[in-house]
Design a protein around this ligand. Structure first.
Ligand code: GRF
Length: 204
């Protein structure tokens, strides 16, 4: 039986696409059982539709309007995700921080992809910040996949890939290089998890 992956994504979904492509090519023994988004306009949802994968939208707006805390949203989102019975919940560009109200429903089984090395540039615009720090000189950044904990872009590391920053490299070129590294690392980590069939947290 292949590993069941639910993907949460807010935007473009190029990492989702890398996973869908790897599954379709037989390079990853897994099933993407659902793609959920907090943004109805996310391109990731179209990619899921194109691949015949179930989708759902869970917008935070009604909770905000009702004065409800993010934990209420997180608990409802967890119920929605749990209905697809995933082994792994993959955050692939999901732009909301999830509280224990979500994480405790899938202990050690929520994983995230971050475009920086462990401990470097948590939060938004990580690629830009690494590029600015290099200031035109040759440098290094990277990408990581980790188990999600309440602290943003931290938690047990499942895989890392270094990405060189060339001297004088443009931000756009670095972004492209980082995204290519993410796509490859993500599939590699999922392949390892699917072959061991262990909970991600157990591997870290
Ligand atoms: C990626 O850089 C990922 O590391 C970050 O958000 C971005 C999502 O890209 N968390 P995409 O939507 O998968 O193209």
């Amino acid at each position: 039986m292949s590993v069941r992956i639910a993907v949460l994504a807010s935007g473009e979904g190029s990492n989702l696409q890398a996973v869908l492509d790897a599954v379709a090519a037989g390079e990853l023994e897994a099933e993407v059982v659902a793609v959920l988004s907090d943004k109805p306009s996310a391109r990731a949802l179209e990619r899921a539709d194109e691949a015949g994968v179930s989708t759902a939208v869970a917008s935070f707006a009604p909770y905000r309007a009702g004065g409800l805390p993010r934990e209420a949203y997180d608990a409802d989102l967890a119920r929605l995700v749990a209905a697809f019975e995933p082994d792994i919940v993959l955050l692939a560009g999901f732009l909301r921080v999830l509280s224990p109200a979500f994480l405790d429903v899938f202990p050690g089984r929520v994983i995230n992809l971050h475009p920086a090395l462990p401990g470097a540039y948590p939060g938004l615009h990580a690629i830009r910040r690494a590029w600015e720090a290099a200031d035109g000189a040759a440098s290094e950044t990277g990408v990581m996949v980790h188990v999600v904990v309440p602290e943003v872009d931290a938690g047990p590391v499942l895989g890392v890939r270094a990405v060189p920053v060339d001297e004088g490299m443009s931000l756009e070129a670095l972004e492209q290089r980082v995204h290519e590294a993410e796509h490859a690392l993500l599939v590699q980590v999922l392949r390892k998890l699917s072959s061991t069939r262990e909970a991600p947290g157990a591997e870290a």
